[in-house]
Design a protein. Structure first.
Length: 163
């Protein structure tokens, strides 16, 4: 009965908390950061724009993994500046300096764009590698078949001579 209800609701009865739970935890952490360290929150708003855009625009079936990949790369680009802000007593003034520097934009958004490039290129590279492996396997099978034919004769090749 529960399976039928889950099928009718599109699987809502099983594991419905996935992305919503992560979003709720993220929002709670962000609200805490706004209250405790507003400079960190301001930098996160500016720096995580590519991740937010990816979250809003991505409609693919593999959406969660793609957004997490962009988030990981994006956080890697923000991390050096986040550390500076957290260690500095200047707070929002330092955030203004960071956002005024073109190089910091390049690092933060460049990291997110590297994730996008990786997401676009990885399937093509994987397909190419698998194709090369299959080609090598076919060559080794043909070599093994030729050795068997040499050793046992033409009868083992599976090809019959028709008159």
């Amino acid at each position: 009965m529960a399976r039928n209800a889950a099928k009718k609701t599109g699987g809502a009865a099983q594991g419905s908390g996935g992305m919503g739970l992560g979003l709720g935890a993220g929002m709670l952490g962000f609200v805490t950061a706004v209250i405790v360290i507003p400079a960190v929150a301001a930098l996160l708003i500016v720096g995580l724009a590519p991740t937010i855009a990816s979250w809003l625009a991505n409609q693919s079936p593999n959406r969660k993994n793609q957004i997490l990949t962009v988030l990981a790369f994006n956080l890697a680009g923000i991390l050096p500046y986040l550390a500076k802000v957290m260690q500095s007593p200047r707070g929002l003034n330092l955030v203004m300096e960071i956002t005024g520097d073109v190089f910091s934009w390049l690092v933060m958004y460049g990291a997110a764009s590297a994730a996008m490039i990786m997401l676009l290129a990885a399937p093509q590279v994987a397909a190419l590698v698998l194709q090369m492996m299959a080609h090598d396997r076919l060559k080794s099978i043909a070599t093994a078949q030729a050795r068997l034919v040499d050793e046992w004769g033409e009868a083992v090749s599976g090809e019959t001579a028709e008159d």
